[in-house]
Design a protein around this ligand. Structure first.
Ligand code: URA
Length: 267
């Protein structure tokens, strides 16, 4: 079994304490109990069905750097294999009607070198459409504070969305719009090979896990996508509207942080 870096424990405890303080202040709730390592959470293995049988063979071992097979061959056809080319395809994309009203397609941004966390939101809002950058509006400010409280900076993470173009009026992206954009997101994950994925909200969870379910039923456990641990939590915009979501979100972020100490999560 791989050994765990002993210097990580204090770092994670400090990050946990910072995050707890942040959420206590924001929620103005009674103080949370001091952080203690909870009992191990069973890992829910999900979405193997997302991997085509032709890619499931255990006979050929993956080498570091090999792309994760997340796309069916027909979805992958014609898709760029590096991020700059993929971004150019997204900027020119006309796969769904959302391209008609966009100012900018919002590809995503952050560390492209095995990011510590890939955050996946729903779709660009007004400010994101104007600037071409993900999560720069009010929900983005809360996401920034969550990242800081986890002891990370935005540029150690990667931030992307399910749909790359703003749905007019910030509507929830429709199934055909999500489906049209899904290959871009999956190819981003294949290339980035993030150490951990956090799905922000039910739309991201549905597209990533193929499970149309409420956040309340998907959160608080560790799913897997192509072998990558994936935690579902509330979307920051939902937390702004419903401050009572902040406490469970904090539990989800602690669960996510614990994945970094799991053997194999830092290879
Ligand atoms: N909400 C999202 O889901 N994504 C953004 O980029 C901004 C707000």
């Amino acid at each position: 079994m791989a050994s765990v870096d002993p210097t990580l424990g204090p770092l994670i405890r400090e990050a946990a304490a910072q995050l707890r303080r942040l959420l206590e202040v924001e929620a103005q709730e009674t103080p949370l109990v001091p952080w203690q390592r909870p009992p191990a959470v069973p890992i829910a293995v999900t979405a193997p069905e997302a991997i085509p049988p032709s890619h499931r063979s255990a006979a050929v071992p993956r080498r570091p750097g090999d792309p994760l097979p997340l796309l069916h061959p027909h979805e992958a056809a014609g898709l760029a294999e590096d991020l700059p080319s993929l971004e150019r395809q997204v900027q020119q994309c006309t796969r769904c009607d959302l391209h008609r009203s966009r100012t900018h397609a919002v590809f995503g941004e952050g560390s492209t070198d095995r990011p510590r966390i890939l955050f996946v939101g729903e779709g660009p809002g007004q400010e994101e459409d104007r600037t071409g950058r993900p999560f720069v509006g009010p929900a983005g400010q809360l996401l920034d504070r969550m990242i800081l409280a986890m002891g990370l900076t935005r540029d150690q993470c990667y931030i992307a969305n399910v749909v790359k173009c703003r749905p007019p009026g910030n509507a929830t992206p429709l199934p055909d719009q999500r489906g049209a954009c899904r290959p871009y997101l999956m190819r981003q994950i294949e290339i980035l090979r993030p150490r951990l994925i956090i799905a922000l909200g039910a739309v991201a969870a549905d597209v990533l896990l193929g499970r149309p379910d409420a956040v309340a039923r998907l959160r608080a456990k560790v799913h897997r996508l192509g072998g990558i641990p994936l935690v579902v939590t509330y979307h920051p915009a939902a937390m702004l509207r419903n401050p009572e979501y902040k406490k469970p979100a904090w539990e989800d972020l602690k669960l996510a942080m614990r994945q970094w100490t799991e053997p194999g999560s830092r290879d």
